[in-house]
Design a protein. Structure first.
Length: 447
C-alpha cells in the first residue's frame, strides 16, 4: 500500500522522528459517521494507533504520563480522505509538489489522499507507482495512495496490466481527466478489472461533445463562449451503465455535475449495478454565473452548470445517491490561468477548501454534520478499500479537530498549495481546522 508515514510537526510540516507516545484528546465533540456517534468524549492514542474512544476518555481518567490535549469542545472526527487529487509530481512540480500538496492537505484536515495517474510519465506501470510511493514517504505529511491508469499513456487504447499494478498498491483504475471514449475499450477495461474485482473510475464526458470552455446555455451565448453541453456527461454515463450491466464490473463516476447524472446513478443502483459516484464542492456550491466577467479560475472540467443542476447535486448528496465528496484538486500555474478564458487551462485547487465549503451544507441546513463527514471519510475509505475513516480502538490515529462555527475568509494568497487557482477566493466560510493528526503525530496546528 502506498502511504506516507507521518512525521510531525505543526504548520510548516517539519520532519520529526520522536514517537508521539500516549496522547489524550479530551473535552471534544466526537463525530464518527461510521457508527453514528455524535457526542462528548475523547480519544486516547498510543504511538500510531487509537487505543480508546468514548465519553470515558477525560483528563482525569487517562493513565499517568499521558499528554493531554484539551479540544475545548471542538469537533473531533476521523481525518478526511480526498479521493481525487492531481499531485503534478513527477513532471510538473512548478504547479504542485508532494510537499506542497501534503502541507495543503493537512491544513485542510485531510490525512489521506488519492492521486490521479496523469503525472509525467503517467502511472501506467508498477515502476512509476513505486516512484510516487517513495516520494510520498519523503514528504511525510498526508498519506498518499495512487490510482493506476486504465490504458497505456492514458491514450484510451491498449490496456495496462491492472492486476500487477493492483498488487503494487494501486487502489483503483482511471485515465484521470480523460474519458475512455471507445465503448469497446471501456468494455474490455471493465471486463479485465472485474476479474480481479477492481474499481474503474471514469471522467464522464463524451470527448466529441466537449470542445467548449464552459456550460452550454444562455450565459455562454451571452459571453460569446463555446459551450460544453450537459449531454456530454449524460450520454457517456448512460453508455457506461450499459457496459457495467454487460460486464458486471465495478464503476465509479467522478465529479458528476448534472441533474440527469444523479438520476442515471439512482436508476443504476436500483437495478443492482455496482455503481458509485462522487462530486466536488464546486458543483454544489457554485453555478455557471461564477464565471462572471470571464474569471478563468472558475473554468473547470466538467464546467460549472446551471442553478437547477447545482440544486440537484445537493439533493443527490442529501439522499445518498452521491456517495462521496472529493476536492478535485487541479493546480494550475499563473501562466496557464492568466489568459483569455478560451485559452486558459481547466481546473482549480481544492485541498484547503474541501472541508469549509462542504460545511456550508451543514450551516444552511441542507445536510447533517455526520452525513457530510460520511462523504469525506468512511464512504471513500470503504469504496477504495482503505483502513481509515473511523474512530475505533486499533485504527490508525488519523484525526482532524475543527471548530464548526469559526468564521473566516478564504484567501488564495494564504494557501500552502503552490498554485492559487480557486473560484472561492474571498468567500466567507464557517469551520476552521485546528489540528490534524496522522499516525498519532500532529502534522498541522492552527494557532
Amino acid at each position: 500500500m502506498f502511504c506516507a508515514p507521518s512525521c510531525a510537526v505543526p504548520r510548516e510540516g517539519r520532519m520529526a522522528q520522536r514517537d508521539p507516545g500516549r496522547v489524550a484528546y479530551v473535552n471534544a465533540r466526537l463525530l464518527d459517521p461510521a457508527t453514528g456517534v455524535d457526542g462528548p468524549g475523547g480519544v486516547l492514542t498510543e504511538g500510531e494507533h487509537i487505543t480508546q474512544v468514548g465519553p470515558e476518555v477525560s483528563a482525569t481518567t487517562v493513565p499517568a504520563g499521558t499528554l493531554v490535549v484539551d479540544c475545548l469542545e471542538a469537533c473531533l472526527a476521523p481525518g478526511l480522505i480526498d479521493m481525487r487529487v492531481q499531485l503534478r509530481e513527477p513532471g510538473q512540480e512548478h504547479m504542485e509538489s508532494m510537499r506542497s500538496a501534503g502541507q495543503a492537505a493537512v491544513a485542510g484536515g485531510i490525512t489521506s489522499l488519492v492521486c490521479l495517474p496523469n503525472t509525467d510519465p503517467p502511472m501506467d506501470d508498477e515502476a512509476t507507482l513505486e516512484f510516487v510511493a517513495r516520494r510520498a514517504r519523503l514528504a511525510g505529511l498526508a498519506k498518499v495512495y495512487c490510482y493506476g491508469a486504465c490504458t497505456k499513456a492514458l491514450k484510451g487504447e491498449a490496456l495496462t496490466e491492472m492486476g500487477i499494478m493492483a498488487e503494487s498498491g494501486a487502489v483503483a483504475f482511471t485515465d484521470g481527466v480523460k474519458a475512455i471514449a471507445s465503448a469497446q475499450v471501456m468494455r474490455r477495461v471493465l471486463s479485465y478489472a472485474s476479474t480481479f474485482d477492481l474499481l474503474v473510475m471514469q471522467h464522464p464526458e463524451e470527448p466529441s461533445l466537449a470542445g467548449g470552455v464552459m456550460n452550454a446555455g444562455m450565459v455562454a451565448t451571452r459571453m460569446g463562449l463555446a459551450g460544453i453541453p450537459r449531454e456530454a456527461e449524460i450520454i457517456l454515463l448512460e453508455r457506461d451503465m450499459r457496459l457495467v450491466a454487460m460486464t458486471g464490473g465495478r464503476y465509479h463516476a467522478a465529479h458528476i455535475s448534472t441533474a440527469e447524472s444523479v438520476e442515471i446513478i439512482r436508476r443504476a443502483k436500483a437495478q443492482g449495478l455496482r455503481v458509485t459516484c462522487d462530486t466536488a464542492p464546486f458543483y454544489f456550491a457554485l453555478n455557471e454565473l461564477a464565471v462572471g466577467d470571464y474569471k478563468t479560475f472558475a473554468k473547470l472540467s466538467p464546467p460549472l452548470r446551471a442553478e437547477a443542476d447545482r440544486e440537484a447535486i445537493v439533493a443527490g448528496l442529501r439522499d445518498g445517491v452521491i456517495d462521496c465528496i472529493a476536492s478535485d484538486h487541479s493546480p494550475q500555474d499563473q501562466d496557464a490561468k492568466r489568459q483569455t478564458f478560451a485559452a486558459a487551462a481547466f481546473g482549480a485547487v481544492g485541498l484547503e477548501t474541501l472541508l469549509p465549503v462542504s460545511l456550508d451544507l451543514v450551516h444552511t441546513g441542507q445536510m447533517s454534520l455526520l452525513d457530510v463527514l460520511r462523504c469525506l471519510t468512511v464512504a471513500p475509505a470503504r469504496l477504495l478499500g482503505l483502513d481509515a475513516g473511523r474512530l475505533r480502538a486499533g485504527a490508525k490515529a488519523d484525526l482532524v479537530i475543527f471548530d464548526l462555527e469559526r468564521p473566516w475568509q478564504i484567501l488564495a494568497g494564504e494557501f500552502r498549495s503552490k498554485s492559487k487557482n480557486t473560484p472561492f477566493d474571498g468567500r466567507p466560510v464557517q469551520g476552521r481546522v485546528l489540528r490534524t493528526v496522522v499516525d498519532g503525530r500532529t502534522v498541522f496546528s492552527h494557532v
